[in-house]
Design a protein around this ligand. Structure first.
Ligand SMILES: [Zn+2]
Ligand SMILES: [Zn+2]
Length: 440
């Protein structure tokens, strides 16, 4: 190799080395920079106002029309382009270059069919509907992330996809977003959930299985109604249903591997209305949970066998419905190992390494799992409890409250995870020239 080629190689090497140093230092400054921006009262108060507006007008799955309108209005104000409608009420925003790599950050939008019992200025104005799972906060923090990222859009080395998703609470909105093809080029996705019993400024998650797969069932057990004092002329579905429930409890205790966590719960029992009448039929229903798909399918099969078989012992007929349409099976939420390392680094820079906790898997479930079946994904819990002020009730409680001071952390985490991901991983992903309006 000639002298001049060596010289030019050395120059090229130094040029790249210098670029790398600059990008490394700017990379580690992203989390603090973003958090400081989000903590700015102008930004944090803006988030609080958005959240209170959404909280006052809770909407159930696939009915989030006003929430969706509010999101689009804020994206318009920020000058962020988006696609709408996706999965009925969903909104997908785009920021950055419009080119690969693509990384997504997601928030769910729906409320629950329950009455809010917290008396405060911004209480739900819709009787029987409430944001009791914090999805109003999730939407707010994703908008907060959008605001942060807009301010630093020139630094985005790829495209950040903002996923405002409908119908998390049993409606499988995530699946509908995927079916729309909206996330086809996305190489990683991040999501969070507020955690009312974890201190504010802390986060928790783990690599691998985090939340269980979940399914529902409903069974109608039919006998023959009649006078309660002449049981020999009836076929009693109440007794049959009672035996079914007891037998279902043997599935986990006697058939499951004790080291493979599973749950079967019968939470619904409806039948009869009088003290002296044996009803014609009884309806029971419940949920079942497991961490592995095979275990889940096995459980599903045995639930059906036990219900029909045990009902027959009592001379009843039974039909079992797994509600595949209304309440589709949620797969287990399984976090990607590389994204776990990325999360620990970014959250550690943003909050301090001692604030990033490892958590045990939970039997709860999340439809974020649908994304993780096709895209490497990462889901984590965002603490919001300030014990010196008050203890917060768990999610789905009518007394559930949000600590709005957690918003800057959630917004900055979303923004930092996505922006740093693009910085770190852009070299590994082939650059595809695409117009994101068409492709995504
Ligand atoms: Zn929920
Ligand atoms: Zn939730």
């Amino acid at each position: 190799m000639g002298f001049f080629r060596w010289v030019s190689l050395i120059i090229i090497f130094h040029f790249f080395a210098a670029t790398r140093v600059i990008s490394d230092s700017s990379l580690s400054s992203i989390p603090t920079k973003f958090l400081n921006f989000a903590k700015n009262p102008e930004v944090s108060n803006w988030m609080v106002a958005i959240r209170r507006k959404i909280h006052e007008n809770p909407e159930l799955g696939y009915e989030e029309f006003e929430t969706s309108k509010l999101i689009r209005a804020e994206l318009d104000k920020l000058g962020i382009s988006y696609k709408y409608p996706v999965a009925i009420t969903g909104v997908i925003g785009f920021m950055g270059t419009g080119q690969a790599p693509f990384v997504a950050i997601r928030a769910d939008m729906d409320a629950l069919p329950m009455q809010e019992m917290v008396e405060w200025e911004h209480k739900s104005k819709i009787p029987g509907k409430m944001h009791a799972c914090g999805h109003d906060a999730h939407v707010t923090m994703l908008l907060g992330a959008a605001k942060i990222l807009k301010e630093h859009e020139k630094e985005i080395q790829g495209t950040i996809v903002l996923v405002f998703q409908p119908a998390e609470e049993g409606g499988g909105g995530a699946k509908k977003i995927l079916d729309s093809g909206a996330l086809e080029n996305v190489s990683a996705i991040f999501g969070l959930h507020v955690a009312p019993n974890m201190p504010i400024g802390e986060v928790a998650s783990r690599s691998g299985p985090l939340l269980a797969g979940s399914g529902f069932f409903e069974a109608v057990i039919s006998g023959k109604g009649g006078h309660a004092a002449i049981p020999q002329h009836s076929i009693d579905p109440i007794l049959a249903a009672s035996n079914v429930i007891v037998s279902l409890q043997h599935l986990v205790s006697r058939e499951a591997d004790p080291l493979d966590s599973q749950v079967v719960t019968v939470a619904k029992f409806q039948g009869g209305g009088a003290f002296n009448v044996i009803p014609d039929s009884v309806t029971i229903g419940g949920t079942f949970r497991a961490f592995a798909k095979e275990t889940f399918l096995q459980l599903r099969q045995r639930i059906e066998q036990v219900i029909t078989g045990q009902a027959a012992v009592q001379r009843c007929n039974a039909t079992v419905d797994f509600l595949d349409e209304e309440k589709p099976f949620f797969p287990p939420t399984v976090n990607d190992g590389n994204l776990h390392k990325h999360f620990r680094k970014i959250a550690g820079d943003l909050l301090g390494v001692d604030k990033v906790n490892d958590m045990q898997p939970l039997m709860g479930s999340e439809d974020f799992a649908f994304y993780q079946e096709v895209i490497p994904g990462y889901f984590f819990m965002l603490g919001m409890e300030d014990a010196s002020v008050e203890r917060l009730q768990s999610v789905h409680s009518p007394y559930f409250k949000i600590n709005e001071d957690a918003f800057p952390y959630g917004a900055a985490l979303h923004a930092s995870l996505a922006a740093s991901y693009l910085h770190e991983f852009q070299q590994d992903v082939p650059v595809v020239e695409v117009n994101h309006h068409d492709e995504l």
